[in-house]
Structures are given as structure tokens and as C-alpha cells.
Write a protein that binds this ligand. Structure first.
Ligand code: DOR
Ligand code: ZN
Length: 373
């Protein structure tokens, strides 16, 4: 078999993965105006890194559910409020970006902290990272049974549990870890606490889509742009491509299609969460590269591309701006943004603290461009 040589200087256009447009598609839309969207799953980091990336999210999104996996993690309400202040100090004032804070669940989180979080009015969820599942998850939960008192408090307060849904069992194939998590952890948890409000974050498999679709209304899911646009081939296309590596890892094409269908279905259970997760270039282009795709610089455009490929641009507003706000009990944003069908090239890299960062889809041609940013 011919060994295709990697051409990192000449990235492929992303359309090598694109689904063909439906044949019955009426006159192509060349512009779309939607409610200003919210990013319901976002990593902003801290310090100089935060200052480098906040503008990319604030240019487009009105609000963001901010992940707590800093080092050390954000485990208490005072820590979350202090982090919120740091974000607000860094955000471009004109953007009026609103960070929606979360707490990092550990084996020792006290139920009282959940009540404090609810009473703060500024904490919107509690994040479950199985210990060792992903970036900065070392302080995560080692055994779900240790969190039962906290789950009870979450069920009572109505504060959502935000779930990184992968088992960490090394004997489970990495592509199966999400499906196994449903059977071993999530389904039993919801059986025990049926009223628990759950956001199954960054779903990547048709098993997760089916689980959420058939669950009661208190269970919803976020979907990332990378899992809508790429399948696992993107990780190995002409060579090893670390900037397409995130956790949960990209899956096979059948899973991508199931996600696209769910996102475009109009179901209020599925909404936008980019999981934009910045890592400095060298830490990704390494013998043991970090997981995470920095999607913020082109996020809404990439979602528009995915919805356009599915012939479902008319559903983008629901997915990006309505379903997430409704699940979190937030008012819908009143401003709008406009995207035009206009080709542009996603930058090869951007400044990041003292170094550089490679965004998702770097060097690829995007068909949609946000105009009022
Ligand atoms: O790819 C990922 N990166 N998945 C996560 O769950 C965490 C994130 C990060 O913080 O970099
Ligand atoms: Zn994440």
C-alpha cells in the first residue's frame, strides 16, 4: 500500500469529510441571521492563556458555561467567583460576555457546597470528571458511589450535573469508553436519582445520542463542532494530526452522522457546547500530546458549515441559541449575529500567552463567516 506522505504545510480542505448537500435543497441561502448564541461548554484557562483566548469566544457567544479544570481545580464557590472576576477583567468590555461558572466535583465535595453554589446565583453546574479520564482530571471522582450525597443535593437544588462520560478502565477500548460509561455509570446513576438534571457533555457516539434522546427531559447533551465535522480518519489523514485530538476522541463516520442528525433534529435535548480547549502548540505537537481542540476562533462558522452540509441551516438558531438557554433556565439572548456564505481560511496559528496555538481546522477553508464581529 502506498504510504501517503504527510503535508502539514498543505492541510486538506475540510470538505473531504463533508456530507453531500441534499438533492432537494432549495435555492442556497447565502446569509443567515440567528440569535446571538451561547457556548454551553468552554475552557478558558487562566492568566495569560485566558487573556489570549477570551476574545475568540466573546466575539460571538453571549455567555459560556466555563469549565473548572484549572490547576488546581475550581472546587469551591469562592474560587468560582474569584475565577469569574478574572474572566470579566480579561474580556473585551464591548462584548459584554457573561461567564457562567461551574464547580469541579471531587470525592470529597460536600453537599453544603452544592447548596452554596445554587444560592450564589452565579454557579450553573457541577462537573463530573472521572479521575484520569482527560486533561486536568487527576482530582476527579474515583468512584461514583462516593458522590451519592452530592448527587442527592444536586437533585434537590436542580443544579445540573455536567458529565464527562468516559470510563477510565484501561481494559476498555478507547473508542468504547463512552458507551461503556452509559451502562456502568450514567444509567445506574439516573436510576438512583431520576430527577437529577444531567448534561451529557460532548457526546460522540450513536449510543449516547440514543441514551439522551430516549431519556426524560432532565437529560440533555452538548455537541462539539469537531464531532459534527470530522470522523476519526481526520486524526490520521496523511499523517498523525494532533490538533484533531480531543477527549472523547473522534469516532467512526456512523457516529458522526448520528450526532449531526441529533443536532439538526430540532430536539431541545441537544445544544451547542464547543469544548474549545486551548493548549500551546508544543504541548500538542509532542510525544505525548494534550487532548483538546481550540475551536473558538471559528466555532460558529464550523457549526454553520455542518448544519449547511446537512441542509438544516434553519435549525442552527435552535441548537446554538435556544435549547441550551432553555435547559439552563436562562433568558434567550436578544441580540443577533449574521453569518454570510463567504470563504475564508482559518489561521494556521494564533498567539497564545508567550507562545502560539493552532486552532481547529487551521489552514482549512471555511464556507461561512460571521459578519458583525
Ligand atoms: O479534549 C479535551 N480537552 N477533553 C476534555 O475533557 C478536557 C479538555 C481540556 O481541558 O483540555
Ligand atoms: Zn471540556
Amino acid at each position: 500500500m502506498a504510504n501517503r506522505k504527510a503535508r502539514p504545510d498543505k492541510p486538506d480542505r475540510m470538505c473531504y469529510l463533508s456530507a453531500p448537500r441534499p438533492p432537494d435543497r432549495s435555492a442556497a441561502m447565502n446569509s443567515i441571521t440567528i440569535t446571538r448564541p451561547d457556548d454551553m461548554h468552554l475552557h478558558l484557562r487562566d492568566g495569560a492563556e485566558l487573556a489570549s483566548v477570551i476574545g475568540a469566544s466573546a466575539r460571538c457567544f453571549a455567555r459560556g458555561i466555563v469549565m473548572p479544570n484549572l490547576m488546581p481545580p475550581v472546587t469551591t464557590v469562592p474560587q468560582a467567583l474569584a475565577y469569574r472576576e478574572r474572566i470579566l477583567r480579561c474580556a473585551p468590555p464591548a462584548a459584554r460576555f457573561v461567564p457562567l461558572m461551574t464547580l469541579y466535583l471531587t470525592d470529597t465535595t460536600a453537599p453544603l457546597e452544592i447548596r452554596r453554589a445554587r444560592d450564589s446565583g452565579l454557579v450553573f453546574g457541577v462537573k463530573l470528571y472521572p479521575a484520569g479520564a482527560t486533561t486536568h482530571s487527576d482530582s476527579g471522582v474515583t468512584d461514583i458511589s462516593r458522590t451519592h450525597a452530592v448527587m442527592e443535593a444536586l437533585a434537590v437544588t436542580g443544579l445540573p450535573l455536567l458529565v464527562h462520560g468516559e470510563v477510565t478502565d484501561a481494559n476498555v477500548d478507547i473508542f468504547d469508553r463512552e458507551a461503556v460509561f452509559i451502562d456502568r455509570v450514567l444509567a445506574p446513576l439516573l436510576q438512583r436519582f431520576p430527577s437529577l438534571r444531567v448534561v451529557f457533555e460532548h457526546v460522540t457516539t450513536h449510543e449516547a445520542v440514543e441514551f439522551v434522546r430516549t431519556a426524560p427531559a432532565n437529560v440533555a447533551a452538548t455537541i462539539t463542532p469537531q464531532h459534527l465535522l470530522y470522523n476519526r480518519n481526520a486524526l490520521f489523514h496523511g499523517g498523525l494530526r494532533p490538533h484533531y485530538y480531543c477527549l472523547p476522541v473522534l469516532k467512526a463516520e456512523a457516529h458522526r452522522r448520528a450526532l449531526l442528525e441529533a443536532a439538526c433534529s430540532g430536539s431541545p435535548k441537544f445544544f451547542l457546547g464547543t469544548d474549545s480547549a486551548p493548549h500551546e502548540r508544543a504541548t500538542k505537537e509532542s510525544a505525548c500530546g494534550c487532548a483538546g481542540c481550540f475551536s473558538a476562533p471559528a466555532a460558529i462558522e464550523l457549526y454553520a458549515q455542518a448544519f449547511d452540509q446537512a441542509g438544516a441551516l434553519n435549525r442552527l438558531d435552535d441548537f446554538a441559541a435556544r435549547h441550551g438557554a432553555a435547559f439552563y433556565g436562562l433568558p434567550r439572548n436578544t441580540e443577533t449575529i449574521t453569518l454570510d456564505r463567504q470563504e475564508w481560511t482559518v489561521p494556521a496559528q494564533l498567539p497564545f500567552a508567550a507562545g502560539a496555538i493552532v486552532p481547529l481546522a487551521a489552514g482549512e477553508t471555511c464556507q461561512w463567516k460571521m459578519m458583525n464581529s
